[in-house]
Design a protein. Structure first.
Length: 517
């Protein structure tokens, strides 16, 4: 239950920097209509250096390799025979696609067919998670599709998908190998949100057709995005009005119980999975909370004439910032459109933001609800653009039509700091990371980070057992001590009695064993 409060809650926003580039990606496309012979599925690839990129659909036994020039953004269009069940009786849709590159890249999918065009900004595999909680699309018409796609990043992946309203539940279990896709149809208006839990990281995508977003306009079209894992939830967000619009929508969802949320001068308590959505005519809103939340913003057309393509995307929280963002904005044929670049930056550092090498006029910026931050919606013609700054900022590009809207993230990022695992004991420790996102990976018991066995009780090549349990009876006692004495003086590799792994079983190992009793 959402409860209105009258409390004083202080939003403290600090714009840091983070990284969305990577050299490994897993994703899947939405199934295309069978009668759409002109469907097109593509990848938008952004590179900082010349990069060799391998693209494959392992379960279709298809792959290709291309080279992308430094400091460029290029599109790769999938062959037509992969689109509509024409490739050995299968389709690239609903099959996992793997991208591996020789250097970090940013990646975005693109899809187009009649009455629909959309894109999804992809997270690299390093940012995928094991736990997700997200609201379903609200307002989808009866008979429309609202689905969930899950792509396994590793073999032997078990996934639980729970549709729930907090009281009634429906669970489905999937067993997936690397690159396999799980598909769930989300029941129309029967449940309020879904929870996804897996034993290995997975990529999760939400897809819906004929949706009506909280933006004040009717819409009936397909919308898709990659879900953020729980570890990428945040505490502070800023909503701004897109160029030419008089209103915009947003939704907030709690990932934990008893979450205090402040939106402007409103205060709420949300329980896990519960969401709050509304349309606002405010030029800016600051949203903050005491526990991690997910925030999506919804763009629609500049008027409510006719039906238009909505766009829904996760807002980056205020720990996400860039030092450079590069855009390639293409002209949209047959639309009376206007293109814009959104910039959000520290008010104290507006003089340090440059567009194509020229400082952005400070008059283009307006203060947000938090005066420490200002934003600009910069109208631009189609072309290539680079925004740079010595201080982290947020930016994305979009285009708007009278009843059509489309939002697109930057094609290439250059960042001043990274995010990732900050634990030096983890296998994927990132010494440049300043923000820990909970993705640390550790070696299996008695093994190193490469899977090499460091302790093997029965010398069968498997890292197993309990330290000191030489008899493998589930107990560590005096009988194990007597067994250990049989290994005393052993200098062979992986001697069972070498508890401290110094290459010999000696008195030091006996002392270590006594601490286990």
């Amino acid at each position: 239950m959402r409860i209105a409060l009258s409390l004083t809650f202080l939003c403290v926003v600090q714009l840091l920097s983070a990284q969305y580039k990577g050299d490994d990606f897993w994703f899947a496309f939405v199934p295309q209509p069978e009668d759409e012979a002109d469907s097109e599925l593509s990848l938008i690839i952004g590179c900082d250096e010349e990069t060799v990129i391998d693209i494959s659909a392992p379960h279709l036994l298809w792959d290709t390799t291309l080279t992308v020039d430094a400091n460029s953004i290029e599109a790769f269009v999938f062959p037509n025979d992969l689109l509509l069940d024409e490739y050995d009786g299968a389709s690239v849709s609903m099959n996992g696609i793997h991208v591996n590159s020789s250097a970090p890249i940013s990646l975005q999918t693109g899809s187009s067919y009649s009455y629909n065009a959309g894109s999804v900004n992809l997270f690299p595999s390093s940012l995928n998670g094991q736990h997700y909680i997200h609201e379903k699309w609200n307002g989808a018409a009866i008979g429309s599709e609202s689905t969930l796609l899950m792509v396994a990043n590793e073999d032997d992946t078990q996934v639980s998908v729970l549709q729930t309203d907090g009281f009634n539940n429906e669970e489905q279990i999937f067993f997936l190998e690397e690159g396999q896709v799980g598909y769930v149809h989300l029941e129309y208006q029967e449940y309020d949100w879904f929870e996804v839990d897996a034993n290995h990281p997975i990529s999760v995508y939400s897809v819906a057709s004929c949706v009506q977003l909280p933006v004040g306009c009717g819409a009936c079209d397909l919308v898709a995005y990659q879900n953020r894992p729980n570890q990428l939830s945040g505490l502070e967000f800023i909503v701004t009005m897109p160029l030419g619009s008089s209103s915009t929508g947003y939704s907030v969802q709690a990932t934990q119980d008893d979450t205090f949320v402040q939106i402007g001068d409103q205060f709420f308590v949300l329980q896990q999975g519960e969401s709050y959505s509304e349309t606002t005519e405010e030029s800016t809103l600051v949203i903050c909370s005491d526990q991690p939340i997910q925030v999506k913003q919804h763009y629609s057309g500049t008027t409510c004439a006719g039906f238009g393509d909505p766009e829904s995307f996760f807002l980056p929280d205020m720990t996400i910032g860039f030092s450079e963002a590069t855009f390639v904005i293409e002209e949209q044929v047959d639309y009376d459109d206007q293109h814009a670049i959104h910039v959000l930056a520290s008010t104290d550092h507006l003089d340090e933001i440059f567009l194509n090498g020229q400082p952005i006029d400070n008059n283009e910026f307006s203060a947000t609800e938090n005066p420490d931050y200002s934003y600009a919606e910069l109208p631009v013609p189609p072309g290539s653009y680079s925004i740079t700054s010595s201080e982290p900022f947020q930016a994305w590009s979009y285009w708007m039509d009278f009843a059509i809207s489309f939002q697109s993230y930057p094609g290439r990022y250059t960042l001043s700091e990274g995010i990732g695992c900050t634990d030096p004991l983890a296998c994927n420790f990132n010494p440049t990371a300043s923000i820990d996102i909970g993705n640390c990976e550790y070696a299996a018991p008695f093994a190193d980070c490469n899977g090499n066995c460091l302790f093997d009780l029965d010398l069968d090549g498997n890292c197993e057992g309990t330290l000191g349990d030489f008899l493998e009876d589930g107990q560590v006692n005096i009988e194990d001590l007597l067994e250990m004495l049989n290994f005393f003086g052993c200098t062979e590799p992986q001697c069972p009695g070498d508890l401290n792994q110094d290459g010999i079983t000696n008195v030091q190992d006996l002392i270590a064993f006594l601490t286990l009793l």
